[in-house]
Design a protein around this ligand. Structure first.
Ligand SMILES: Cc1ncc(COP(=O)(O)O)c(C=O)c1O
Length: 452
């Protein structure tokens, strides 16, 4: 299997935990050889709450949200930050997003239900999805979701009909695919013309959708949306897409007389999964997004729209770690050493899905150098069930607490019950205190939907 091909160049890197740099949560520190996050000993967390366990650094999440607000609004006052709930969502996260003055994007009726149950104001929610069901659309409209991001002409007609039936008009954005191929894994590129998302520009569908939206009585056309992909390092991908979409805004004004009032540039800013990764900063990102929109609007004599940005991964990924307990260690002479943990592809599918790279440490040996090379395997019935292949790690023994960094995004939200594994709990840590925000599933949870 390609994704567990042996890396002949893998070497111990001799790094101690704190030398992993930008991969770590903001409040990570090592005390007496133990990894602490939010002032809390992760080894004690593993004992208290059991493993596998997701631990989120609350301070890190808040700082990221504030950075986005600061560095986008620094260049233009009318910007809102919409946290992309798909990266990681639970009621506590929704409340935190609201407390920080941000908006929330949801991609399903389930995410919407969680947000509403957390008391998140519907007006501050954007609803996404390339195939929203009638039920989901009805719920969005009846709960008063602030914007539905429309993905097809059929959906536009459905929203119009449902809104009129409910005696209302629904504010919407039209999702445009700007034809830009972002420099990232093909599974998470979304802005190319051959995409299941949004309306193409070249084929005229985007203009047709805008015309329809303006004409329909149940629709309140607010503006445009784009999202070119995820884990993007090259900010010039955004610059190119902005040039294209602002040009389209000009075309919309010329052909319909309508001035686009809002522009949502999606999410996608990359993060450091590995020590050498150097993603752009939120400050650099904010400057490119806002300055480029302003510049192109000026060139076309367009008013600068309200700008929305939709970060997910860059808010939560480095805030989160997963703790596991080490079980079987299998040395295969001349091949590799497998360190097996009490989780795997059910709590982190990203390595199996797209060769994601992770940095681990032993939480109870955190001050020691990573002086061996091992492959961290899960406990599930797939050879591809690995978390980190040929990775440096401290000398490891049965019972050690293994910590995998940068698992705060797209791990818990993509978790499954394969092999009827119970999904881990989530603990938020801050100011020397841990609070359980999602409890670990039980065997009863695994059967709660069985009706016979
Ligand atoms: C429409 C939309 N907005 C925002 C995001 C968040 O992207 P990221 O987590 O890369 O910031 C996604 C993720 O795929 C998305 O599909």
């Amino acid at each position: 299997m390609a994704h567990i091909a042996h890396d002949p160049h893998a070497r111990p890197d001799g790094k101690t935990t704190m030398e992993l740099g930008a991969v770590l949560p903001l409040t990570a520190e090592v005390r007496h050889d133990h990894l602490f996050i939010g002032g809390v000993d992760t080894v004690e967390l593993a004992q208290e709450f059991g493993t596998a366990l997701y631990v989120m650094d609350e301070e890190h999440i808040r700082v990221q949200l504030r950075n986005y607000l600061e560095w986008t609004r620094y260049h233009w006052r009318d910007v809102d930050v919409v946290y992309a709930g798909k990266a990681f969502i639970c009621k506590a996260m929704c409340r935190l997003v609201e407390e920080e003055g941000c908006y929330l994007d949801v991609s399903s009726g389930g995410e919407l239900a969680i947000a509403l149950a957390a008391g998140f104001p519907a007006q501050r929610i954007l609803a996404h999805g390339n195939n929203k069901t009638i039920r989901e659309l009805t719920e969005c409209i009846s709960f008063g979701v602030g914007r539905i991001v429309v993905d097809s002409l059929e959906e536009l007609a459905r929203i119009d009909r449902l809104a009129l039936e409910q005696g209302t008009t629904q504010p919407i954005l039209i999702r445009v695919t700007p034809g830009i191929v972002a420099d990232t894994h093909e599974y998470i590129q979304t802005g190319a013309e051959d995409s299941k998302f949004g309306f193409g520009l070249r084929d005229g569908l985007a203009m047709e959708a805008v015309r329809e939206a303006i004409a329909l009585n149940g629709i309140d056309f607010k503006g445009l949306h784009m999202h070119i992909g995820s884990q993007i390092f090259a900010l010039n991908s955004y610059a190119k897409a902005i040039e294209v979409i602002v040009h389209f805004m000009e075309e919309v004004r010329a052909k319909t007389g309508c001035v686009v009032a809002e522009l949502d540039t999606g999410g996608g800013l990359g993060i450091a999964y590995g020590v050498p990764d150097e993603p752009a900063t939120i400050k650099q990102y904010g400057k490119v997004i806002v300055d480029d929109i302003k510049e192109h609007c000026e060139q076309h004599a367009l008013p600068v729209p309200r700008i929305l940005v939709e970060p997910g991964r860059s808010i939560v990924a480095n805030a989160g770690v997963t703790l596991y307990t080490v079980g079987t260690i299998k040395h295969i002479p001349g091949v590799r050493t497998y360190v097996a943990v009490d989780g795997g592809m059910t709590d982190n599918i990203r390595t199996a899905l797209y060769d994601a790279h992770y940095e681990p440490t032993i939480a109870n040996k955190a001050a020691r150098p990573r002086d061996t090379v091992v492959t961290i395997a899960g406990k599930h019935c797939e050879s591809g069930d690995v978390i980190a292949v040929d990775t440096p790690l401290q000398h490891t023994e049965d019972g050690d607490v293994l910590c995998v960094f940068a698992t705060g995004a797209y791990c818990q939200s993509m978790a499954s019950n394969y092999n009827k594994q119970v999904r881990p709990g989530v603990v938020f840590v801050r100011d020397d205190t841990a609070r359980l925000v999602v409890r670990r599933e039980t065997y009863e949870d695994l059967m709660r939907c069985d009706v016979e």
